[in-house]
Design a protein around this ligand. Structure first.
Ligand code: HEM
Ligand code: HEM
Length: 231
């Protein structure tokens, strides 16, 4: 009889769909111009929170969320790509090694994008809280990263969505539904590879700690920009 097993924990699923929404909001607020830059920064802080959470969740989360369990080592990639007999199949419960390459690239690019945002300015009304800390060429580099990083991200996101459509159309595998429900069918995964629960209490503690850290980073610790008043 067909059964469903839990593979993606709830915090990871929430992370993913909030990431999609926040990414869209960052894109929109950047396009709409300087009046919306304030909102761009708020969304950027939320993005930093999401990424901070994901990094820690990659260390202490459930089996398929842990980086160590899906890091695309050469042997994992080779094994995944090797031709299989009809009895074997190369279905992986969590991210397969090719998907994992994409996941690590996207997470790294998003981190670079969000961190560089802290240091830049639009030269009109809005500056990241650490703008002015970097000087000369470093400042330019942060701007380049924020600019070029976004172009790369757009390409990777397009590839990411294309890969998911490819899996659906060609491989007849729906990856999107499990990202909503967390569950995959016993036709694709074994009970042994499933997770028992979502470790919600640990996730809550991690979320609170990361939120406090981001608040400290962008509010408490942010350097005060000196202003000069003329009397
Ligand atoms: C509507 C568009 C999108 C859909 C349908 C979608 C769907 C998915 C699915 C199904 C997975 C799991 C893949 C697997 O089974 O290995 C996934 C993972 C992922 N997606 Fe998306 N995605 C979308 C947009 C995005 C965007 C815009 C971003 C980034 C800006 C993104 C970043 C990621 C990341 C980082 C993961 C890995 C999750 C983790 O382990 O942390 N996705 N996505
Ligand atoms: C992953 C997160 C982020 C994404 C996807 C993103 C995306 C973008 C995009 C597409 C632009 C327009 C680039 C251009 O016109 O050259 C932009 C500009 C900007 N972003 Fe972000 N951003 C992110 C995070 C942040 C953060 C955390 C901050 C600051 C706290 C920030 C501050 C700015 C500023 C000040 C500009 C104006 C730069 C300029 O006009 O040259 N961004 N961002």
């Amino acid at each position: 009889m067909k059964k469903d097993y839990l593979i993606w924990d709830l915090p990871l699923r929430l992370f993913h769909w909030l990431l999609v929404l926040t990414f869209g909001a960052l894109w929109l607020t950047a396009e709409l111009g300087s009046e919306y830059m304030e909102y761009h920064m708020y969304c950027g802080y939320f993005m930093l929170f999401l990424l901070g959470f994901r990094v820690i969740w990659g260390l202490v989360g459930t089996t398929h969320a842990k980086f160590i369990n899906f890091f695309p080592t050469l042997s994992r990639v080779k094994n995944y790509l090797a031709p299989k007999s009809s009895k074997e199949n190369n279905k992986v419960a969590g991210h397969n090694p090719m998907g994992a390459i994409m996941v690590f690239l996207m997470l790294s690019l998003l981190l670079a994008q969000a961190v560089s945002g802290l240091f830049i300015t639009d030269d009109v009304f809005t500056s990241g809280p650490y703008n002015g800390v970097l000087e000369g060429d470093w400042q330019k580099l942060a701007n380049r990263v924020h600019d070029l990083g976004f172009t790369l991200l757009q390409a990777f996101v397009a590839l990411h969505v294309a890969a998911i459509i490819f899996y659906k159309v060609v491989k007849k595998t729906n990856l999107v539904k499990p990202m909503f429900t967390g569950k995959k069918s016993s036709e694709d995964v074994t009970e042994a590879s499933s997770i028992k629960h979502s470790k919600l209490l640990i996730a809550l503690v991690v979320a609170v700690l990361v939120a406090v850290f981001i608040y400290w980073l962008v509010v408490v610790n942010a350097p005060v920009i000196e202003e000069y008043y003329y009397y």
